[in-house]
Design a protein around this ligand. Structure first.
Ligand code: PMP
Length: 390
């Protein structure tokens, strides 16, 4: 069953198994690495390490091939239906990836008077680059309008009614997040596409979905997917932008503009291999069930307020499903203090404001974010500690 499968996968994380007294509940900040990724790093550095796209000796050739194959690996991971037309650009993470879409690609798309939609309660990394692009374009005499996309707390999703009202014929671009890093909602991207129509460009911040659930660009019908490798079990300093249409210097496949993070890219390939073998559908089932157990438990504790979607499972299809992120606050204990108390019991969580943009929460909170190594026992132990603080 799912439990046995999970135990076998948990055993593959050395940092987890060597610290049984600790519970890592901060995978949304960065994910722990399975042995297969550690092995790939070691193997690459002890057998192959060289620069890419330059030398002609075997290590250099193998490194060039590794980077090119990693692009194909990303495309396959994203269920890309037309890999001959798309491009993958490696970055240091989602922040750099979104900035690169805004800087290298967005200006070509927009004309004076066009509108872009920006989600104002999302991660700062998915807000600042679009506002910077607006300022940059204004300097060139191209004035674009930024329409803030509101978030609806009750459903755990973007406010699609508000989006339908604010989107119009000049809406050329929508920056959307796949899974919200504070509220945990799995955003309804199909509905955004239906509202803005087939010609608008949708850029997906997939920082919290890659590795947690199946992400199919064929199904989602998006134009860009941006993610962090380190949140998908690869090394820090890794990430990628997938672009449906290769264009511009940055998005030209095989273009070598500098030394890529070769060992990071090797780790990303290994991580995507591992995640595909584990099965992102099963990872999703596991973490969604744990998150539901935690929200159900928290709802019985009067001292806590859960942020975002109040329904744990998508029994009601009008409500977005909560992925493996549960954020809450205590009515009297400050979130940093609560984080400190929780660590005294071995729980590693995220506190405070979570880099949320201007329209985000005003008060700090504690975020529990899950991955495949987390267990039912960890959730029950956490709930027991939280209950003593009620
Ligand atoms: N977007 C979202 C939704 C995130 O959760 C994060 C990381 N917390 C980022 C962007 C930024 O990712 P990185 O720090 O890897 O650039």
């Amino acid at each position: 069953g799912l439990g046995e499968w999970q135990r076998a996968l948990r055993a593959q994380f050395p940092i987890i198994t060597t610290h049984p007294e600790l519970a890592y509940l901060d995978s949304a900040a960065t994910a722990q690495k399975p042995q297969a990724v550690l092995d790939a790093v070691h193997t690459y550095l002890t057998t192959t390490n060289a620069n890419a796209g330059r030398g002609t000796y075997p290590w250099a050739n193998r490194t060039t091939t590794l980077v090119e194959q990693a692009r194909d690996r990303v495309k396959r991971f994203l269920d890309d239906p037309a890999p001959e037309r798309s491009a993958v650009h490696f970055t240091s993470g989602t922040t750099e990836g979104l900035r690169s879409v805004a800087r290298d690609w967005l200006p070509d798309l927009l004309a004076d008077g066009d509108e872009i939609v920006v989600p104002v309660a999302d991660h700062e990394a998915n807000i600042a680059p679009w506002l910077e692009a607006q300022r940059y374009l204004a300097g060139q005499g191209v004035h674009i309008r930024v329409r803030p996309m509101p978030y609806q707390r009750a459903s755990g999703d973007y406010d699609h009614i508000a989006l339908a009202e604010l989107a119009g014929g000049r809406t050329r671009f929508v920056a959307a997040t796949h899974v919200h890093h504070v509220y945990g909602g799995d955003m309804n991207i199909h509905r955004i596409r239906r509202v803005v129509g087939p010609d608008a460009v949708i850029c997906l911040d997939a920082a919290q979905s890659i590795g947690h659930l199946p992400v199919s660009v064929a199904d989602l019908d998006v134009d860009f997917v941006v993610f962090s490798g380190h949140k998908a079990m690869a090394l820090p300093g890794t990430g990628a932008v997938w672009a449906r249409q290769a264009r511009g210097p940055k998005f030209t496949p095989g273009g070598w503009s500098g030394t890529p993070n070769t060992v990071g890219i090797a780790s990303l390939t290994a991580a995507l291999d591992w995640l595909d073998a584990a099965g992102t559908d099963r990872i999703e089932r596991w973490t969604v069930a744990l998150a539901a157990r935690l929200t159900d438990g928290l709802r019985h504790l009067d001292a806590y307020e859960i942020l975002g979607c109040q329904t744990s499972l998508a029994a009601d299809s009008s409500v977005q499903r909560r992925q493996g992120i549960v954020t809450f606050r205590h009515h009297a204990i400050d979130s940093s203090d609560l984080g400190f108390i929780l660590f005294s019991h071995g729980f590693m969580v995220r506190c405070d404001q979570h880099c949320q943009g201007g329209a985000g929460e005003r008060t700090g909170s504690v975020r529990v974010s899950l991955h495949i190594h987390n267990t039912v026992e960890e959730i029950d132990r956490l709930l027991a500690v939280l209950a003593t603080l009620g």
